[in-house]
Every structure is written in C-alpha cells, then in structure tokens.
Design a protein around this ligand. Structure first.
Ligand SMILES: [Zn+2]
Length: 446
C-alpha cells in the first residue's frame, strides 16, 4: 500500500484520524540475508587495545567512509548555508538527511524522480537518512526536548508537552499519527511508510523506524516501547527487502537497526541481541543518553553487536562525547551542532567554544583558530566575521559553519589516526584537557 500525503476531503480526514483496530501480532519469518546486501560492507582495521574502539572502512555504492567518521547533517537535503562542494572541502565524508523533513517537503517521490538524494543535491559521497522517528516523536512534546508518551491521559494535563504547545504526535502499536509542523496536516508513519519514504529518498544508509523514549519514562514503559521497536524492526526488514526486490535497477540501500533501551543495561543488551539476530547491515545507537554514561552504554552495545557491522551513534558532537563514543566502539556520528551554533556565531577552538558576537572580536584580526587549515581561517579574520554577524550578513553563517565542521571532522580524523598509531589515549587526554581547561566563554555555550 502506498502512503498518500494529500487528504482530499474532510470526510476522508475524519476517517483517517480514527486509530486502527488492534490486531494480534504475528511473528514473521525473516530471511537470513538479502542477495544484494553484499553491495554494502564494513571492514575492521586497527583495534584499540582493551576497548571496543576500532578503525575501519564502510563500503557503499557511492564510495567509502573511513571510520571513525563524523557524518555532517543536511536535514532538508542541504547543510545549512553551505554548497555541497564547500562541505566536501571540509573533509566530511558523508551527509545525513532527515526522512521526516524530506517526506513533508519536497516529498520522497520527487527525490526518487531526481535520481535520489545524492544526485538531487549534487553531493558526490555516501548519504544517510535518519528514519524520521525522532522528529515525529519529538512532535509529541511540542518540540520540548523531553517527551513522555505515557503521560497522555484524558483525565489530566499532559505534562510532557511544552507550555503553549499542542501535542502533535501519538504512538500506537502499529505506528505514529502526527501533524505536520509546516501546515498541521495529519500524517501517519508506520515502519512500512518509513521504508517507502527512505527508499524514495535513496540514501546509501537508512535507519529502521523506532520508538524514541526518554530517561523520564517508567521502566515498564521502556519495556513496552522496546518490544514495539523490535516488532517495528522486523517489519522494516520485510518491507526493505520487498522494496529492494521491487527496485532492482537502483543501488542497494543498507538498513541499520536502531538500539533503544535508555539507561537500562539489561534492556540495551536485549535490544542488541534481538536486532543482531536480524539481517541488518549495521546499527544505530539511539535514545536519550546522559553524558556521564554515554561511553558505558556504547560499550554494552559494542559487546553485544556483531564485530563486522558498523555502529552509528545518533546526535553527538561535543569533543568529550566523541572521544568516549569512539573509545567504546562507535564508528560514525552525526550532529547538527557545528552548523546550528555557527548561526548563533559560536565557533570551536582547541581551547573551547567561543562566541564571536563579543565586543573583543571587533578588532581581532586573527583567524577563528590559529593554525586551522579550513577555508575560513585561511582567508578571513574574526573581526571580519564579527562584522558580518553584527550586520546580519548571511556569509557569517557560511564562514563559521565551514570552520566548525572542519574542526569536528578533523578531531575525529585525528582520533582515527591515533588509534592506528597507538596514541589514542594520549591524544584524548591532551585534547580534552585543552578544550575543557576553563577557557571558552559562557556565551559560547548553548
Ligand atoms: Zn578554521
């Protein structure tokens, strides 16, 4: 069944708004593998002694990704304020777009007609799409960061929804109803719809549709959500294999299962075991992670997941998070922060994050960071970019974004080289000591 985005009349809208009748779950028989899966693979390189960290190479139909690697985010099929050529010049190896945003605008069918995400955007390298689950379920809380689906209760207030916001999404066993953040139209995402949308977008790596929970959900709710995510993972694989057969002339698109389970060790391990038994090409580590136990959780997952499949950690870019994640076995990461903070004039340096809007930069004729090899630092001064920002000139977004992406990409590249050279722990200690030595300024923080 094809999912349609248009709602032609009011009667149909009302009918579609009814939640589907619950149906008993039938455990599907999954095949061991798909014959076209060999088009995507991961090769382990050097291992970090005593830890799960490693270097490696991900092979995709649109080129290789040397890991660990920072994957740059182009949510709506663009890395904000940069051309794909400028992104490539930062050394970024792959781009991640968002299925939810592209489904709403311009529509996955349009990207399919254009020849897929890479061709549409002129990005020559490998591409990823996030399943859209995170964005859809974040709507559940009216864009508040913390969501809690089981607080929906007709008898009382929904305290998970940010003040003044309307709940825009609701989860049931079959999928999620949500309202478009653009025009309020009602839509439904199921595992099958997410696969159809992501096949249409055509990225090299896709993620299975999962339910996002938070650290605030009860243990009981985490268990329920995890079981739902497991069943959705099975349905994603079935639909993915069906579409892979149907779209024979297209490049193979890899599918990663997403590991949830919040902060609970037994749930994370169970999720890994459940999903490792399915024919996924790799895994995404999802859900809310507290900074303090990020490395520990990544480590649990690395112990359970197969060695020969890549692991992607969704949504991190702070230097300490990157080192902890790499050390404990995450191979790739993505995050909007380097470009998002750039638009608020924050820039990264080896000595912390600073904000270029400060008066002291008005006459500072040095680059954003001395010694940085990025286009912005080779050609422009802090004083000039400070002026651009103050004058609301868009070029400030471009120049700071180039620097922040280059900074993050280079940090991860250095970590990769250090694993190969046997100097990872020295690098980590040195980089983190310099970065968090109390420098940086408060305005530079989020
Ligand atoms: Zn720079």
């Amino acid at each position: 069944m094809r999912h349609t985005r248009q709602v032609p009349n009011e009667a149909k809208k009302r009918r579609r708004a009814e939640p589907p009748a619950p149906q008993p779950y039938v455990q599907p028989e999954l095949p061991d593998a798909h014959p076209r899966q060999s088009a995507f693979s991961y090769e382990v390189g050097t291992r970090l002694p005593g830890r799960h960290g490693r270097t490696g190479v991900i092979h995709t139909p649109h080129g290789d990704v040397k890991t660990p690697a920072f994957i740059v985010v182009g949510t709506k099929a663009t890395v904000k304020a940069l051309t794909p050529e400028q992104v490539a010049a930062t050394g970024a190896q792959a781009m991640l777009a968002n299925a939810y945003h592209l489904y709403l605008q311009p529509g996955h069918d349009l990207l399919d007609a254009a020849g897929g995400l890479g061709r549409f955007t002129n990005w020559q390298g490998p591409t990823y799409t996030d399943s859209g689950g995170f964005q859809v379920m974040s709507l559940g809380s009216g864009f508040k960061k913390v969501i809690d689906m089981n607080t929906v209760d007709s008898s009382g207030p929904d305290d998970a929804v940010a003040p003044g916001k309307e709940r825009l999404a609701n989860v049931d066993d079959d999928g999620v109803w949500f309202k478009s953040h653009i025009n309020g139209d009602k839509h439904r995402f199921t595992p099958e719809v997410s696969m159809q949308v992501q096949h249409g977008i055509g990225a090299d790596v896709m993620f299975a549709f999962d339910e996002l929970t938070t650290l605030h959900n009860s243990r009981g709710y985490q268990e329920e959500a995890l079981e739902r995510t497991r069943r959705w993972a099975e349905r994603c694989i079935q639909e993915h294999f069906r579409l892979t057969d149907e779209r024979e002339g297209k490049d193979y698109q890899a599918l990663f299962g997403v590991i949830q389970g919040a902060q609970f060790e037994d749930l994370r391990r169970k999720a890994c075991q459940d999903l490792a038994a399915m024919p996924f090409d790799g895994f995404g580590l999802g859900g809310a992670l507290e900074k303090e136990n990020l490395g520990t959780i990544v480590g649990w997952c690395a112990e359970e997941l197969p060695e020969d499949k890549p692991r992607h950690l969704l949504g991190i870019s702070e230097p300490d998070d990157l080192f902890w994640a790499i050390e404990n076995g995450a191979d790739t990461f993505d995050c909007v922060s380097p470009t998002r903070v750039a638009r608020n004039s924050a820039f990264y340096t080896d000595h912390g994050r600073f904000n270029l809007s400060g008066r002291r930069y008005k006459t500072d004729f040095t680059p954003l960071q001395e010694g940085c090899d990025c286009y912005s630092c080779l050609n422009y001064t802090r004083a000039y970019i400070h002026h651009l920002f103050k004058a609301d000139e868009l070029l400030s977004h471009t120049l700071i974004s180039i620097h922040n992406i280059r900074f993050t990409v280079r940090l991860v590249d250095r970590a990769r080289e250090a694993i190969e050279d046997g100097t990872f722990f020295e690098l980590k200690d040195r980089v983190l000591a310099d970065y968090y030595a109390g420098a940086g300024d408060p305005q530079g923080r989020d």
